[in-house]
Design a protein around this ligand. Sequence first.
Ligand code: SF4
Length: 391
Amino acid sequence: MTAPAASPLTAPRVEPLADPRALYLHVPFCPQVCPYCDFHKMRRSEGLVAAYVERVAAEAAATAARWPGTLDTLYVGGGTPSHLSDAELDAVLGAIARNWGGLGSVETTLEADPLTFDRERAARWRAQGITRVSIGLQSTQDDVLRFLGRSHRGGDGLQAIADARAAGLEVSADVITAVPGQDAERDLRAVAAAGADHVSVYTLTIEAHTPFARRGVAVDDDRAADDFDLAEAVLGEHGFERYEVSNHARPGHRSRHNPVYWRGEACLALGPGAAGLLPPEADDPADTAAVRTMNPPIKAWLRGDPPERTPLGGRDFALEKLMTGLRTVEGVDLDGLRATTGIDVATSFPDALATALRHGLLVRDGPRLSATRAGIRVLNAVLRGFFAEGG
Ligand code: SF4
């Protein structure tokens, strides 16, 4: 027997994705190229940076013509955005402010390398409208930083936290764990004591085609799991709360930008290699719930080539939302997910859901589905169950 086609009466009503109020700008220039990094990055040359700044201004104007309004969050990431000069930073921030009604109450985050600023420069950033820095500190131990191919030393990272705080910026610091030879507890205690408001803790991962992969560097899984628990314990002692798998904040200092990704909300993207998420356009397939966009690498981007667009049907978008939302302490609002994707998780992924609930890896509280402590540790395996059933 053939199932009846969904009629307008039986098809789930899908709410369109709200227009973007978040913007990600990718700055691909770095003072060094780290052996574990697989981001779109390069060393700077003056001609290239000048062309980049000019192209950002043009891309901002064209993007704002299609998606006008005001922004709630702006995240300037990379690469190393703080490797831009003051004048270059003025130019790109100015282009964004001009096109989206200023940066007044916008949470504006700048990723910064410890060696690229001092207290005076941090104060200048604050005056330019930057509210938050995300410092690529990684470790406070010189031998670990050397192993990671970083130019700064432990004292530089701690000084950077102090300088940014003195300038009135909110401070987030990145720490990498499970690095061979690292005392992760020492790093976490030092960063907390230095006064960071927010700490992002990432396990060292060996990405294919990186120098670390070619050298055969390996990460010890047990060590990675121990460091994961250690981060929550040590930062918890200092008043931090883990609010996403990798992110810990003191009260009132959660990022406003990153939850945009975790909740599957729209986000504009500027710069080479930048990824965004947009509401569907009229000529997208009828079942499109959202469109993933990916800007081309720098050469094609400078030429003005458009982003690659990938329309996501309701099922694919629902899987993305599960993948990011289950990483957060709030979990996923299943009613909201059904409204924006047309997918009912209980009926679309019955086996994966039942298995994870039965094993105590996920828990359901009304419309909210979240990962338990045990589930967070094996989240990738839990998600594989959903993807396998959704395939
Ligand atoms: S500074 Fe950051 S973006 Fe640049 S190469 Fe190192 S890890 Fe990658």
